[in-house]
Design a protein around this ligand. Structure first.
Ligand SMILES: [Zn+2]
Length: 222
């Protein structure tokens, strides 16, 4: 689904757990696309074809999934990055992630091509994305969030959901770190926020007021 310009979101609608994805079309050299969090290849309980479905939806938007040149994974949990390992093998897309979560990705057969660090995302081939990377640990040690200042958009992964947050009881999780990460995100100027999952809500929050209210609510009980 196109949100604006070259920004597309893919909100998961299956029965099983899987993540929301998004795509920035044509931002890489040669007009290739940047994809964030492709999710599961197949969901664990109902065996829903997550990657196939995502590829089909991207195709419906008039884009070619085989033209994805870079996959950013917000963190190393399989429901966000299992399909990244397949894309890496099948389309030659590079995978970018934080080093602290790479071991989880390696267990799925992937490897990081680019280690994400705090700051503006600059790619060696001269592609300019205008994205800012924030290291946002708490849900996992190497979780990153992606901020697009010119469009006031935040891709929050499993830091922030609609009226809730990611869990902190998985290996490497930390309640305090999550709170600090969310507090930091709350100071950004955000008009649309993509959550990592459609929990109790599609997971795309639009409008500065709505985003602010969501931050206030979750910070009040964290
Ligand atoms: Zn997760």
């Amino acid at each position: 689904m196109k949100i604006f310009d070259n920004f597309y979101i893919y909100l998961w609608q299956g029965r099983d757990n899987n993540c929301n994805a998004c795509l920035l079309a044509g931002v890489l050299k040669g007009g290739r696309h940047l994809l964030v969090d492709p999710g599961h290849v197949r969901t664990p309980s109902y065996r829903e074809p997550g990657l196939e479905k995502l590829a089909r939806e991207i195709g419906r938007d008039g884009l070619d999934y085989s033209s994805v040149g870079l996959v950013i994974v917000t963190h190393g949990h399989p429901d966000h990055c299992e399909a990244a390992a397949v894309l890496q093998r099948e389309t030659g897309a590079l995978v970018a992630m934080h080093r602290a979560d790479e071991e989880m990705f390696q267990m799925l057969g992937g490897r990081a091509d680019i280690y994400l660090q705090e700051g503006t995302l600059e790619l060696a081939n001269g592609s300019k994305t205008g994205l800012e990377i924030f290291h946002s640990p708490g849900h996992s040690p190497g979780h990153v969030t992606i901020y697009w200042p010119s469009r006031k958009a935040l891709i929050a992964g499993d830091c922030i959901f609609y009226r809730s947050t990611g869990r902190t009881d998985l290996p490497g999780g930390s309640h305090q770190a999550l709170r600090d990460s969310i507090e930091r995100m709350s100071r950004l100027d955000v008009e649309c926020l993509l959550c990592g999952h459609p929990y109790g809500h599609p997971g795309f929050i639009r409008g500065r007021e709505e985003v602010r209210e969501n931050f206030e609510l979750i910070l009040s009980y964290l």
